[in-house]
Design a protein around this ligand. Sequence first.
Ligand code: ADP
Ligand code: MG
Length: 270
Amino acid sequence: GLQFPHPDRTRIITVANQKGGVGKTTSTVNLAAALAQGGLSVLVIDSDPQGNASTALGVDHRAGIPSVYDVLVNEEPLSYAITQCPDLENLLVVPATIDLSGAEIELVSLVSRETRLRRAVDEYVLEREQAGLPRLDYILVDCPPSLGLLTLNAFVTGREVLIPIQCEYYALEGLSQLLKTITMIQQHLNPELHVSTILLTMFDARTNLAQQVAQEVRDHFGEQTLETTIPRSVRISEAPSYGQSVVTYEPTSTGALAYRQAAYELAVRN
Ligand code: ADP
Ligand code: MG
């Protein structure tokens, strides 16, 4: 397969859009799996209480197991919650359990509530370096569909934001709120944060509407928007029920090809 270039330093990418169902989780797991297939060392942090990314990567996420909840609320080190994706040896996962649904509230009264994930991630990167372990190439953080403390923690952790946009009528609604939040984080908590990548998802080339939305996104965010669009595909939507990404479940499907292409583009844009 295609070998992907290693970035100069660990790229930490937060996958966010406060809209639900736009392809955040699907894009997180499939880009991560494609990058790992391309020979890169990847960590996915599932920061959505739904735990969909954990499911899709075939990782246990029953209530009570070590998860991102323990990192955020109990200040456990990231390594405490890291587990291995069964399909890809160089893909690590920090799962989310249902415990995380209480974290938005629990975090409110805790000190340094916005920087907890960042600290754990920075410490883990250092810990690997000191242990002589290979550097992680990518860390992808999957966010819940809201702009609460979980997403805030992910924005403080990431250096880049990847926004999946579904090519439908209301696609751009809510985007200004998202961008405002990112600017606020940039000004107050994480000066490095920027929207590096926009990925058009569930694209149906046969409809004029999808074409129009895609064009509108490219007009506004020409530089950030990947050339590759992700088509609507049944294989993509059924892969999670097998606990797999589409790139491992059906590697020759159009969906898998699209995600591999998008991952390659992401990697070479670096
Ligand atoms: P989010 O994480 O933003 O809520 P998901 O990634 O969970 O969105 O996607 C929402 C739903 O759409 C899921 O059921 C998923 O399987 C499906 N889906 C996502 N991308 C595609 C696609 N390219 N083709 C078909 N179904 C898709
Ligand atoms: Mg999701």
